[in-house]
Design a protein. Structure first.
Length: 572
């Protein structure tokens, strides 16, 4: 018997939320999957101030209770196995009962639904979607997260089925590799591959130390570059342990919920012409947070707190520490709160004015056309607009001269301003937020996620040599990912190149020294693949970093230019 209970606290019962997050547990864990050590996923999600637009539902169904120590049965180490009363409902029946719950009035009121699933729960959720497609039915599942789900089956199921307790256990039979259920699921995944991608956003997570479900099984066989696997540090069940919003799994879930909220808000906004007040949504030149970004909750909260209190937040730190990505992360998480977002290249006054020029074009096309060549009028319009409107966010990225910026800011404002700068001296906007290096765990998690590799002991030494510096970690992980080599290989090469650089030049600042080595490794790899690409890099290094016109670069063979750019995109 499967049931779906929706938990709505009294203080939120009048909000009429339109987004439902549904949690689906796996085999043998109806009561412990989403609650652990007095910490409940439901309470954490409902208590998160960033997620006020959601309700949470928990699916429960009858299944055997299986408990074991972390030792593997396959290694013939004694396990403690207990089973509840059977027989247990088959997966096919559970999927039909899930459909009945989703078609009930209590669920139909929600405009958007998100599945968050663990282990066998992911198979139940996925097959519900696939079976609906097979019946030509529409689904209302907009986001789907599966964690440690055995899409290709679980080898341990064979072991359990051989035990007397589970010979007639229908759920365990379905989890075996090449079972009818698994084979049918893979067939439907292949059949509806394109439709899945168009109608729902999927995130497939795997546990890096999973004793039951391999990485290859946790990521469906149809997955391509659109659906990359998300590594979660820990064991099969340990990945769900959360402590006050502080876990990789919670981070992944929260990001996808925020994405759902943003899409919902964006759909509700109407695109109207600017007429005194901005009632529409304009996003100018916004940088997208990289997929591999390491979320830092404390810094995110610091930014939010400063903006609420002072309407401005200044993020400082050396180049490559992650200031820009931190700002991009804030934008991606909170853009639903703003009617206008402007991402400004603020490296100098001319760049700021050029960004204003493009922004005014979106705000008031008629004014822009009438004042196309009047830089002063464009600047005054932008200042006036920022002074007379609210619910906007401006990001001034890479500010080098704060005095130049001060001359281009409005006298006062009712919106929010984020500034990123390597300059830590900002007397006008104290205190600033200084971005620290990553922790050892964050650094290793980043390497595994970016390179799509399992843990290697050499990572420990490598992150220390890279000084846990985000840009250096990105270089290393990108190299390993693109070349399919190991981090042990990269560590050996890094040490060799580091000694050469030290012998040939005076050692710069620590982080510059580290970056010089990682760049050197990347350049050597590119040189071996395409020597012309290095000449191309030398040439464009004399140009401004943004918006280089391709027509100013003359090649005898135009295809050669694009092949070089493709190589640089892949390797850098």
């Amino acid at each position: 018997m499967l049931s779906l209970k929706i938990d709505i606290p009294k203080e939120r019962q009048n909000k009429n939320n339109t987004i439902l997050v549904v949690l689906i547990h796996g085999l043998g864990a109806p009561d412990t999957t989403w609650e652990n050590n007095d910490t409940s996923w439901t309470k954490l999600l409902l208590g998160d101030s960033d997620l006020e637009m959601i309700d949470v539902g928990v699916v429960k169904y009858d299944t055997a209770h299986i408990s074991s120590n972390t030792a593997n049965v396959l290694n013939k180490i004694q396990n403690v196995v207990t089973a509840g009363k059977g027989p247990f409902t088959s997966l096919e029946v559970l999927i039909r009962e899930l459909k009945e719950e989703l078609n009930s009035d209590k669920v139909k009121q929600y405009e958007k639904i998100m599945f968050v699933t663990h282990s066998m729960g992911g198979l139940i959720g996925m097959r519900y979607i696939l079976d609906e497609f097979n019946r030509n039915q529409k689904i209302n599942i907009n986001e789907f997260i599966s964690m440690a789900t055995p899409y290709n089956g679980a080898d341990l199921a064979k072991v359990y089925e051989s035990l007397p307790f589970f010979k007639s256990h229908e759920q365990i039979k379905s989890l075996k590799t090449n079972s009818n259920f698994i084979d049918d699921t893979i067939r439907l995944l292949v059949k509806y591959n394109d439709k899945l991608k168009n109608e729902c956003n999927f995130t497939f997570c795997y546990a890096t130390n999973d004793e039951y479900v391999s990485r290859e099984s946790a990521i469906p066989p149809i997955v391509d570059s659109k659906w990359e696997g998300e590594p979660l540090g820990g064991s099969h069940s340990g990945i769900l342990n959360v402590n006050l919003h502080n876990s990789r799994a919670y981070d992944v879930v929260k990001k996808r919920i925020l994405n759902l909220i943003q899409n919902k808000v964006h759909e509700e906004k109407h695109l109207l012409q600017v007429n005194g007040n901005c009632n529409h949504n304009i996003i100018h030149n916004t940088l997208i947070e990289s997929v591999e970004y390491t979320y830092r909750e404390i810094l995110d909260k610091d930014i939010s707190s400063q903006l609420k209190e002072k309407k401005v937040s200044v993020i400082t730190g050396p180049g490559g520490i992650g200031k820009t990505q931190l700002a991009a992360n804030y934008v991606n998480n909170y853009r639903h709160k703003y009617n206008l977002i402007g991402w400004i290249n603020a490296s100098d006054a001319i760049s700021i004015q050029n960004s204003y020029f493009e922004l005014v074009k979106q705000l008031d096309l008629v004014f822009w056309k009438d004042n196309f060549d009047n830089q002063k009028a464009i600047l005054e319009y932008m200042k006036s607009w920022l002074e007379n409107n609210s619910e906007w966010l401006m990001i001034y990225d890479n500010v080098k001269n704060h005095k130049e910026l001060n001359d281009l800011l409005p006298s006062f404002w009712n919106g929010h301003i984020i500034i990123t700068s390597q300059n830590a001296k900002w007397s006008k906007f104290k205190p600033t937020i200084e971005v620290p290096k990553l922790s050892n765990k964050e650094s290793i998690d980043f390497l595994m996620k970016r390179a799509e590799k399992n843990y290697e002991p050499e990572m420990e030494e490598l992150v220390e040599l890279l000084d846990k510096f985000p840009l250096a970690l990105e270089h290393a992980a990108a190299y390993v990912y693109k070349t399919s080599r190991t981090f042990a290989y990269y560590l050996k090469m890094f040490k060799e190149r580091q000694r050469e650089i030290l012998c040939n030049a005076k050692k710069p600042e620590d982080y510059e020294y580290t970056i010089a080595t990682t760049w050197d490794i990347a350049f050597n790899e590119i040189s071996s693949v395409c020597p012309d690409a290095i000449k191309f890099i030398y040439f464009i290094s004399f140009l401004a970093p943004d918006d280089i016109p391709l027509d100013m670069i003359k090649f005898k063979d135009e295809n050669n230019l694009y092949s070089i750019i493709k190589i640089l995109e892949d390797d850098l």
